[in-house]
Design a protein around this ligand. Sequence first.
Ligand code: NAD
Ligand code: MG
Ligand code: MG
Ligand code: MG
Ligand code: MG
Ligand code: MG
Length: 339
Amino acid sequence: MAKVFYENEVNEGVLKGKKVAVIGYGSQGHAHAQNLNESGYDVVVGVRPGKSRAQAEADGLRVYDVSEAAEQADVVMVLLPDELQPAVYKNEIAPYLSPGNALVFAHGFNVHFHQVVPPEDVDVFLVAPKGPGHLVRRTYESGAGVPALVAVYQDVTGTAKETALAYAKGIGSARAGVLETTFKEETETDLFGEQAVLCGGLSSLVKAGFETLTEAGYQPEVAYFECLHELKLIVDLMYESGLEGMRYSISDTAQWGDFQSGKRIVTDETKAAMKRVLQDIQSGEFAKGWILENQANRPVFNAVNELEKTHPIETVGRELRAMMPFVKPVRKEKEAVGG
Ligand code: NAD
Ligand code: MG
Ligand code: MG
Ligand code: MG
Ligand code: MG
Ligand code: MG
C-alpha cells in the first residue's frame, strides 16, 4: 500500500523564511499561489503580461516577470502548460536558480522525459494535486483539501521530501492526504489513465456505442441519451462508492447485462492493446510523438480536433443540450487528467 501523509506529520517550518515563486497563474497556479499565501508562506507569482497576470494582481499577489520571480525565490514551482515548460525553463528560470534552491513541478512529464534537465545542485520534486486547480482553491477555502502526490527526483539539501510535504500542506492537500510516488510512476500512470481509460478509451467507447445504434436504424437523439448523457449518473455513482455502489443503484437487469456483456466489449484483445499503449508510454515513443507534433505546430492535433467536432454525436448533442437548460456547462476548468 502507498504511504499516506497527513497534516500532523508535516514539518511546515522547513518552508518558513523561504520565498516561493509560483510560475504561471492558470488552473493550478492561481490555486497554489493563493492557498500558499493564505497559509502564511512568502509567495510571489511569475507570469508573462496578459490576462493571467492581471488576475494575479487583482487577487492581491506580488507579481513579476518569470525571471524576476525565479531569481528572488528559494522554491520555484513551474505551473506553465507542459508543452511550453522546456523553453521558458531554459530562458527564464534555469539562469536564475541558485545552489540549494528547489525546482518543483505538478506533473513529471518534462523531467522524466528529459525535456527539462535540472542542474545538479538544486532539489527537484513534484507536488501534484489530484484535481483541477479550481477544486484545489475551492476545497481550501472551505477548510478541506484535494489529495496530492509528492515525489522527489533529486535531493541535494537532504530536506526535499520534507519541503514537498510542507508545500502540499500549504495548498491544503495534507488535510486530505498526500501519497508518495516517483516521477516515473506519476508520469506514466497519468498518461496511461488519460489515454486508455479516461479520455481515449471513454470517448472511443461512447462513439462506437452511438454508431452501433444509429447504424442499426435507431434515432440519434435516443442513442445520444443512452451512450453519452447517462454516463454522468454512472460515473457519479462510481466516484462515490465504487463499482459495487454503482451496481447497487442500477437495476438488476442492467447489472446482469454488465456481467454478461462487459467482457465481450473490453476483451483480452483490448487489454493487449492497453499493454501496447503502456509500452509506448514507457519507451518514450508517445512522448517523442507529442514533442515533435508541438515542434511542427500541431498539424495532426488540429486536424483531428476539427474532424471530431463534426461527428454526428456532437451535432445531435449540441441540439439536445440546447433543449436542456439544466445541463449547464460547468466552468471550463481543465481537469486533473490534464496534469
Ligand atoms: P494553464 O494552462 O491553466 O495555465 C498556464 C499559465 O501559464 C497561465 O497563467 C498562462 O498565462 C501562463 N503562461 C503560458 N505561457 C507562459 C509564458 N511563456 N511565460 C509565462 N507564463 C506563461 O496550466 P495548468 O492546467 O494549471 O497546468 C500547469 C501544470 O500543472 C502542468 O504541469 C499540468 O500538467 C499540471 N497539472 C494540472 C492539473 C489541472 O487540473 N489543470 C492538475 C494537476 C497537474
Ligand atoms: Mg533563486
Ligand atoms: Mg438506460
Ligand atoms: Mg441493482
Ligand atoms: Mg491525471
Ligand atoms: Mg495528464
